[in-house]
Design a protein. Sequence first.
Length: 514
Amino acid sequence: MPGMDEHLGAGSLARLLRGWREGAGAGTSAQAALAARISALLADGRLAVGTRVPSERELATALDVGRGTVAAAYEELREGGYLVRRRGSGTWTSQPSAPVSRTDAAPAPLDGALHVGATGFAPFAPIGAMGAPPAQAWGREVIDLAHAAPWAPMEAMAEAGARALAELPMHLAGSGYDVLGLPALREAVAARLSAQGLRTTADEIMITAGAQHAHALVARALVRPGDRVLLEQPTYPGAIDLVRHTSARPVPVAMTEHDGTPGWDVEAIAAAMRASTPAVGYLVPDHQNPTGAVMSAETRAAVVAAAARHGVPLVVDDCLREMWLDAPTPPPLGAWSVGGGTPVITTGSLSKTVWGGLRIGWMRAPRTLLRRIAGARASDDISTPVLEQLVAVALFDRLDEIIAESRRVLVHRREHLRDALARALPEWRTPRPPGGFSLWIDLGVPRSSALVEAAARAGIHLAAGPRFGTGGAFEQYLRLPYTLSPDALDDAVARLAEAWDTLGAGAPTLTTVV
Ligand SMILES: Cc1ncc(COP(=O)(O)O)c(C=O)c1O
């Protein structure tokens, strides 16, 4: 994904726009179809805000359309606030001003489950926080299905917060700067990993501001511009973005599917390691995002063996590991790495088990490597906030209970969404993932980006399939979280069906979007 203040070449934008004309459906003008697709790329993050787009002439050549078409599309986007012209330095992507969010006012019920809010990409007021009615509904509410993340457990968070505040004074005499994190939290993480079968001591743990922060720190230490990074395909978009921001080159290895169950092709992974000697390999073995796949014990052993053979350090993202819904998964992949071999760095966080807003994560790495990474962090954010770490320590005491309650709710919602989709959109293939937060749906036709555009008009914020891959793959797929309340899921499915219908009949123009 092109990042802040980056220049996007016409060829690259044309690749991102692949299928823009067909996606729009009959009856939509070329300029509206082009503008709608560019706004959809911005909406789901494939195109970053703050990117300089190619000139009208360059893009027209790359897309093989008249310059007038691009000029008109850019004009529509400028009117909608998606593009701005900067004197002397071209045209840049921008964030349209968002409707006023009502999500900050209303308290969340204990069962609060909605991830809704102002997106800035659709002309709707957001549903009030966690399902409360909006204070002032001036249009249809926006349902945010772009994030697959849990609601916060209100009572446990409140209790942990109170405990943390009570304990804070004991830490005030110190500097508060500890690059590795509070010893009590490192102990708690190490104990939990050990209990899962990955023997860990606190001196192998660094606390970070979430798992993605841990990945960024690893990338900074181990990946140089031009290096290759092995990734599953599809994968977590944040990992793809990070590879690109590091100016490294992704080496995507396709996930497999047998009898509807997604998995990993160890031979393909080993072949990619041999052929391209990646600087690191990034894997999500438990409830992989977005497929929900779980790696078997045999595959874990084989992947670690292949990485050791080819000298490829592994980054194992265990963020979603504990969110199994049907049965526990095998021990963490790192447990198969014994003595010497290539380093296996395990990352995790409380974002999926408790709440993403806490921004508490960790990495487990061999001590020498951990010290090296910690050294580099000293010039970055220095250390993790003490108060949040104290909250996390308190939450660890209740983690089993919190996760058990989430599981109970999520199992129900997974089935609810699958049933609702089976009734309203029977042509979609909706798997039953063994854990995680979302369905990776096969739409049967490559219309994901077009659906995301149509859904935005119906007040649903979605991430299109290609957001989870490199090179425009997965246009036939859609990730749909089941984290919302049953009522909100029903509403979302009804709107999705409506959006899907409009695609067949021809998508309306962007003018109605902005
Ligand atoms: C696989 C995966 N890794 C990492 C993250 C980011 O986690 P954190 O909030 O702990 O940074 C996510 C969030 O969606 C994720 O799905």
